[in-house]
Design a binder for this molecule. Structure first.
Ligand code: LIP
Length: 246
């Protein structure tokens, strides 16, 4: 395995531990699809349980780091310069409907910049990670963004409820974190979405940048209503031209 920092190792272990619970819970969700009420209460418990496991693991190693998390776990702690940013299930709607496309996303923000990130898809066992100035990795193999220059040979991801039409080949996956990880790995050539939360994208920011991707300036002091336009270097200008009315 690529030599990684103690903090990144802690993040990976926390994601792997939470994933074991999520895989079990996802199996239950698939069974609950046929129930009249559906699995919504069960999924919110699965979300909270995964968040609890992640926070327990992170706090064991770094008890004074602060936390920003999608569910209940946010806290300002003694160390205000280091903040974990956690999304225990990014792609909650997919999870709720038994669609096996969701991820655990954990990022570390130090001195107001994202310095490391992990995005782990437990069902496909796909681990994306990166830390500042050390490159981006997929299952311990170095990854870089695509080099395609012709829009007709590219594929882009987006999300949310916008009804706007864009002259781009598009996919909507339902997980911002995986969309950004896929751009970093060259599977998608770009990704754009607005009204995002910081926990949806924090890990994706560093993984995408370390893979040689480009992303618009993100105000990390904001937790909500964030807009992302991210892509490979090669296609960025052409993608932005197509997003003028975004
Ligand atoms: C989701 C994002 C997705 C977006 C959804 C939601 P969640 O995050 O990953 O891209 O379209 O509205 O924000 O809620 O599953 O963590």
């Amino acid at each position: 395995m690529q030599s990684i920092s103690a903090n990144l190792n802690i993040m990976i272990k926390a994601a792997e531990k939470a994933s074991r619970a999520l895989i079990r819970d996802f199996g239950e969700v698939e069974k609950l699809q046929v129930s009249i009420k559906g699995p919504s209460d069960f999924v919110s418990n699965a979300d909270l349980k995964a968040e609890k496991i992640i926070i327990e693991e992170l706090k064991k190693a770094r008890p004074y780091y602060s936390i920003i998390s999608e569910e209940d776990g946010s806290e300002k702690n003694k160390d205000k310069n280091n903040t974990w940013i956690i999304d225990p299930i990014d792609g909650t709607t997919n999870f709720l409907h038994g669609v096996p496309h969701f991820a655990i996303s954990i990022a570390l923000k130090s001195q107001d910049e994202i310095v490391s990130g992990v995005i782990y898809d437990p069902i496909k066992d796909e681990m994306f990670y990166a830390e500042k100035e050390n490159g981006a990795f997929f299952n311990n193999q170095r990854v870089r963004v695509s080099k395609k220059r012709d829009l007709s040979s590219c594929l882009f991801a987006t999300g949310g409820q916008s009804k706007k039409e864009f002259d781009l080949p598009l996919r909507k996956s339902g997980s911002a974190a995986l969309d950004m990880a896929y751009v970093a790995a060259g599977r998608f050539d770009g990704y754009f979405e607005n009204n995002l939360s910081i926990w949806d994208i924090a890990a994706g920011i560093i993984i995408l940048k370390e893979a040689g991707g480009m992303i618009n300036e993100i105000d990390l002091s904001q937790n909500k209503n964030i807009e992302v336009k991210a892509s490979s270097m090669a296609i960025n200008a052409k993608m932005l031209e197509k997003l003028e009315n975004f």
